[in-house]
Design a protein around this ligand. Structure first.
Ligand code: COA
Length: 264
């Protein structure tokens, strides 16, 4: 499949770009080409004067199951010839550099990156089938995409700590209660409702939307940078650790991980 097909793009006449994560057989898990397609999509939408708002969604009834665990921990991809970042790091830059409203229509699986991308979005609507999780403790890892900070701004420190340390599952009602989404809707209504809200926003001048986003984000910028730095540092340390290998192997073998073996 050509790289661009991992994120399908559809621009309507109102200036709303619908970006669909498209790897449904893997619940839209991000491997390297999909991270690249995602970064390209956001970077090009930022520069495209026809685009006022982006709506993210996932194909096949799921948002995303996050990083592709099948490719996790392998050799990093070779650096790009143009010296630019690629893969995950390029995508995270693109998320935080995206300066227009970013809406997310989330149903089914939203795990790992699928959850943290939603948390980094400006407005989230969820479907009743939502299965959301911050699975970093159970993978022997740390949070990513600045979620160690952004989650606290969304749900508060106590609830963020609870969700991060337990890696518990979050359904649509809980997501609404926690403030992880603005609305919870039946699955067959969530994308239409998100698109309707996006078109309502897209009627306004892009210069104003950009400026509003700049003001809303101004006080968070430094904290997001600091969060990304410590997350990346600790992720490099823990990825490939015995605990992480046990977690990923257990997932591939469709069994429960045994972390008690590391306490002897
Ligand atoms: N990486 C790679 N493959 C993944 C994946 C991921 N993150 N998430 C799902 N898949 C694959 C499964 O291996 C399975 O492939 P198969 O059909 O070849 O066996 C397929 O997608 C369907 O997933 P499955 O696990 O059968 O669906 P489910 O509804 O029972 O569970 C999840 C869905 C998302 C709860 C479960 O797949 C899961 O926990 N995935 C890992 C999520 C995760 O930890 N992501 C990393 C974040 S850092």
């Amino acid at each position: 499949m050509p790289e661009s097909e991992f994120v399908l793009r559809e621009l309507d006449e109102e200036g709303v770009l619908l970006a669909t994560l498209n790897r449904p057989d893997k619940k839209n898990a991000f491997h390297e080409p999909q991270w690249d397609a995602f970064a390209d999509c956001l970077n090009e939408a930022r520069e495209d004067p026809r685009v006022a708002v982006v709506v993210l969604t996932g194909a096949g009834g799921n948002f995303s199951s996050g990083v592709d665990l099948g490719s996790f921990g392998g050799d990093p991809p070779p650096p790009r010839k143009d010296g630019k970042k690629s893969g995950f790091f390029a995508a995270v830059d693109a998320i935080f550099e995206f300066d227009k409203p970013l809406l997310a229509s989330v149903q089914g699986v939203a795990v790992g990156g699928g959850c943290t991308i939603a948390v980094a979005s400006d407005i989230v609507y969820v479907g009743e089938s939502l299965r959301m999780r911050l699975p970093f403790a159970n993978l022997g890892l740390v949070p990513e995409i600045a979620s160690s900070y952004t989650l606290q701004t969304v749900v508060g420190r106590q609830r963020a700590n609870e969700l991060m340390f337990t890696a518990e599952w979050i359904d649509a009602a809980r997501a609404l209660d926690l403030g992880l989404c603005a609305r919870a809707l039946p699955d067959d209504e969530v994308l239409a409702a998100t698109m309707e809200k996006a078109r309502e926003i897209a009627q306004w001048p892009v210069s104003s939307l950009r400026a509003i986003k700049q003001t809303l984000q101004a006080t968070h910028k430094g904290a997001i940078e600091a969060a990304r730095q410590i997350e990346d540092e600790l992720m490099m340390k823990l990825a490939g650790s015995p605990e992480n290998i046990e977690a990923v192997t257990a997932f591939m073998q469709k069994r429960k991980p045994d972390f008690k073996q590391f306490r002897k």
